[in-house]
Design a protein around this ligand. Sequence first.
Ligand SMILES: *Cc1c(COP(=O)(O)O)cnc(C)c1O
Length: 304
Amino acid sequence: MLNKTIIQDLGDYCNNHLWIKREDLIPFSFGGNKARKAELFFKEIDAGRYDCVVTYGSGSSNHCRVVANECCRRGIKCYIISPQEACEKTYNSIMMDMFGAEITIVPVEQVHDTIENKLSKLRNSGLKPFFIEGGGHGNIGTEAYVQCYNEIKAQEKELNIHFDYIFFASGTGTTHAGLVCGQILSADDRNIVGISIARKNPRGRNVVLESIRSYLKDKADESEVQEKTVFVDTYTLGYGKDDFRVDKTIEMVLKKYGIPLDATYTGKAFMGMTEYLKEICNKNVLFIHTGGTPLFFDALRSKA
Ligand SMILES: *Cc1c(COP(=O)(O)O)cnc(C)c1O
């Protein structure tokens, strides 16, 4: 289903040259990195003849929207466990309802047990549930971004260009891990910079490192893994936290390029990248637009 997403030339930006890879234009359910990951998860689900899916995420989760949509088109049930602390009504949660997902809201400390209970209940009733970690975390999600990395390399050849830097929003760290694994497996040299949207160091970076080791297994050379994993936590206030600089960035990118960014992920990453670029010049820079378009509209609506 997925061919490849376009890389668009945005021209000079902050003394560097900027391109953007439009993962937000993946042609299913508003696209984004969750759509790319879901495509691989659902290959497993189809091949293994699973008849329902259990996953978790907040009311604003792009992952849950995409997974609910994939389930809906197949006519299989989607069970979402959602933490009470973040179950606000958003365009994503409205769509999850529309797709017929069953959403169970529990305090965050009960999420784990609730998932286990749900899975054993389904199995006991003779069903075959497939579990997807929040955000599409895990080796399958990592694989999706190894593939994306290889796609970027092929596009570099076509465009006859080398990207010195790749920036993107790093959340659960799977996208980040996949890109770094792709780089290590191709023995490339460039800077892959994940801008944290919530987690702080060292924990945030450690989660990325764990995903990389889990994917590469014995092919992982620890010093190389350490060296290639750049996780920047200095530009953002935390998950869902308001920052007027992010708002300004979103407005600028929409006005100047006609591209929507959201306040939770891509807007933060773009702002972080802009700050980072103040320290470098004359480089070829690729920003990966990881999606989240419904969240763009949530933020827009809050202004209405
Ligand atoms: C989930 C998400 C991210 C973060 O991706 P991870 O693989 O979890 O790090 C970035 N941008 C958007 C729009 C997302 O929905």
